[in-house]
Design a protein around this ligand. Structure first.
Ligand code: SAH
Length: 254
């Protein structure tokens, strides 16, 4: 009999931020395919019956390609296994979850999706930054910085005058920030870079659009990080002493 595939959003790291549905799916799984950013430290306990397959990228190791991941998922399900595909954050936020759902459907494998807590909202929240706030910002845009943004994208983003949340943006940060200023955002617009959210060594660098590329280089900022651009950064008063100190130094909090 054909098994199934369940795409599970694993949240931003801590086991406490898994949903109950995620915990139940893991407990029932025969096979778990997990990513580097998915919470995997406690998998042996959470999925005691399952074969655990690491398909994540690691520095110096070859990542298993997307096609191979989909092939393993589909093959195992067709052979009768209940497969959990555990992903970081929410499966449908830059997670290629949509492609995996289509691959299952194409193969006639039953597939469902369990949403997860996305890093785009939860990592800023972990340092007291609300992505929206009454009278400060009534919209937020989540954008991938993996590839450089086009002039039109930069112009439109700047024109919205709302919070901008950038994932996978460390490498392209200089061109993104310069582009936003070129298209009219104030050079003193606050920027926060939150590295390794919810993990040991979490760190927040607070700066402005015009200075952040120097500050990021000076601090050796590295992925994974969530970058927040907008006045909501100035609300980061609670919960993170580093952010507070940096805010005070940049005179953004008063
Ligand atoms: N589906 C995921 C995002 C996948 S893209 C989600 O909803 O969260 C991967 C990017 O997410 C990373 O490059 C980084 O920008 C961000 N990210 C994910 N987890 C993170 C964490 N714990 N701390 C900081 N950034 C994180």
């Amino acid at each position: 009999m054909t098994g199934s595939v369940t795409l599970v959003g694993g949240g931003p790291g801590p086991v406490e931020l898994l949903t109950l549905a995620a915990v139940r799916a893991l407990a029932a799984a025969d096979v778990v395919l997990f990513d580097r950013l998915a919470p995997h430290d406690d998998l042996a306990e959470l999925a005691p019956r399952a074969e655990l397959i690491d398909v994540g990228k690691r520095p110096g190791h070859h990542a298993i390609g997307q096609e191979s991941i989909q092939a393993i998922m589909v093959d195992r399900a067709l052979a009768g296994a209940d497969v959990v595909r555990l992903k970081g954050g929410d499966p449908f936020v830059f997670g290629r979850g949509g492609e995996e759902v289509l691959a299952c459907r194409a193969a006639g494998v039953p597939v469902r999706v369990i949403p997860g807590v996305t890093s785009a909202v939860s990592v800023p929240a972990s340092v007291g930054i609300p992505v929206t706030h009454r009278d400060v910002s009534r919209l937020f845009t989540v954008v991938s910085g993996h590839a450089p943004l086009s002039e039109e994208e930069l112009r439109n983003l700047a024109g919205l005058r709302g919070t901008i949340v950038i994932l996978m943006g460390v490498t392209n940060l200089p061109s993104i920030t310069a582009g936003l200023v070129r298209h009219g955002l104030g050079a003193d617009t606050p920027v926060a870079i939150i590295e390794r959210g919810f993990a040991r060594g979490q760190r927040t660098v607070v700066s402005t659009l015009s200075t952040v590329m120097w500050d990021a280089a000076a601090h050796g900022v590295a992925a994974p990080a969530v970058i927040v651009v907008g006045d909501v950064v100035g609300l980061a008063v609670a919960g993170d002493a580093d952010a507070q100190a940096a805010l005070d130094a940049a005179s953004l909090s008063g």
